[in-house]
Design a protein around this ligand. Structure first.
Ligand SMILES: NC(=O)c1ccc[n+]([C@@H]2O[C@H](COP(=O)([O-])OP(=O)(O)OC[C@H]3O[C@@H](n4cnc5c(N)ncnc54)[C@H](O)[C@@H]3O)[C@@H](O)[C@H]2O)c1
Length: 312
């Protein structure tokens, strides 16, 4: 029996494809809406045989009408290389895309979840980051199209909720990795793995002592579903990430160990506005969603390395 009809914007992307797969697996009907800017049909091609799956080529900045029970709004390039490629389009995707999807949710009375980001905290003074921290974001820098676009999308979600009673959910996703990450988007986990598999130098920005926390995509999907299931009194924002911190040096060494690579480490200047530390406080997710990540870095990296072995 079909449970719900669900729209996933950005459904052909890295996270979106895992979400579509899981929602279908749980017996739902799923529509992926994607303009394939950074997504790839290969990410969802194996789902096309499923009669309960539809892939729609559409840009979220243009209104789209469909009857669904739930909307997951993921459409937006997520890596600096891609979101800086056309910064104005990135802002439009976040802001106009949010307006279009919120308008749809309002009209059809659907529940809607926004895939926000830890980037709303900018280069934070509070560590680890709690949801009540307002962040330290440069409004005019090269990352601002993404950071401020996502912040404005959160504002729109809250205003549609306050003014129109739209049933919203906001999650702030921290660094996520796993199979189907874009191989050339310059994100640190995929970069290191590809460089290691090719026995090329591993490029570390800065001194490599800046930390990140990495969450495996399966953990994130679980958190997204749990957030969507909460009743309408809880809207978030809620951090979804793995608080276990690693330095870039530690990550590089772990990747070299797991791939058995002969790669050497080389150091490059830190890009502008690159945050030095980022780590989620997930107390709220633990108490409200009864969620916490379960996949250890070693286990998640192994699965990701296996995926990249098949494509590089
Ligand atoms: N991956 C992470 O670590 C991370 C962290 C924080 C937040 N997020 C958020 O999660 C969401 C998914 O990220 P991802 O890592 O899967 O990135 P991704 O680039 O793989 O996926 C984004 C998808 O959105 C599509 N898209 C972009 N612009 C669009 C538009 N105008 N209309 C329709 N589709 C469009 C792309 O083609 C792609 O399929 C994004 O909103 C991102 O901001 C991701």
């Amino acid at each position: 029996m079909i449970k719900k009809r669900i729209l996933v914007t950005g459904g052909a992307g890295f996270i979106g494809s895992h979400l579509c797969e899981r929602l279908l697996h749980d017996g739902n009907e799923v529509i992926s809406l994607d303009n394939y800017f950074t997504g790839d049909k290969q990410n969802i091609v194996y789902l096309l045989d499923n009669p309960y799956f539809e892939a729609v080529r559409h840009d979220v900045t243009i209104p789209y009408y469909v009857e669904v029970d739930e909307i997951y709004n993921l459409a937006c390039p997520a890596s600096p290389i891609h979101y800086q490629f056309d910064a104005i389009q990135t802002v439009k995707t976040s802001v106009i895309g949010a307006i279009n999807m919120l308008g749809l949710a309002k009209r059809i009375k659907a529940k809607i979840l926004q895939a926000s980001t830890s980037e709303v905290y900018g280069d934070p003074f509070v560590h680890p980051q709690t949801e009540d921290y307002w962040g330290n974001v440069n409004p005019i820098g090269i990352r601002s199209c993404y950071d401020e676009g996502k912040r404005c999308a959160e504002t729109l979600f809250m205003d549609y909720h306050r003014m129109n009673n739209v049933d919203i959910k906001i999650i702030r996703i921290f660094n996520t990795y796993g199979p189907r990450m874009h191989p050339h988007d310059g994100r640190v986990v995929s970069n290191f793995i590809i460089q290691a598999l090719k026995n090329e130098d591993i490029t570390i920005f800065g001194d490599g002592k800046q930390t990140r926390s990495f969450q495996y995509v399966g953990d994130l999907i679980e958190g997204m579903l749990k957030m969507m299931e909460t009743d309408s009194s809880f809207v978030g924002p809620v951090n979804i990430g793995n608080p276990h911190e690693f330095t870039m040096l530690e990550l590089a060494e772990k990747v070299i160990e797991l791939t058995g690579s002969k790669s050497k480490l080389v150091f490059c200047p830190l890009p502008s506005d690159d945050p030095k530390q980022r780590k989620p406080d997930i107390s709220l997710a633990k108490s409200k969603l009864h969620w916490e990540p379960t996949v250890q870095l070693q286990e998640g990296l192994k699965k990701t390395i296996d995926y990249f072995k098949g494509i590089v």
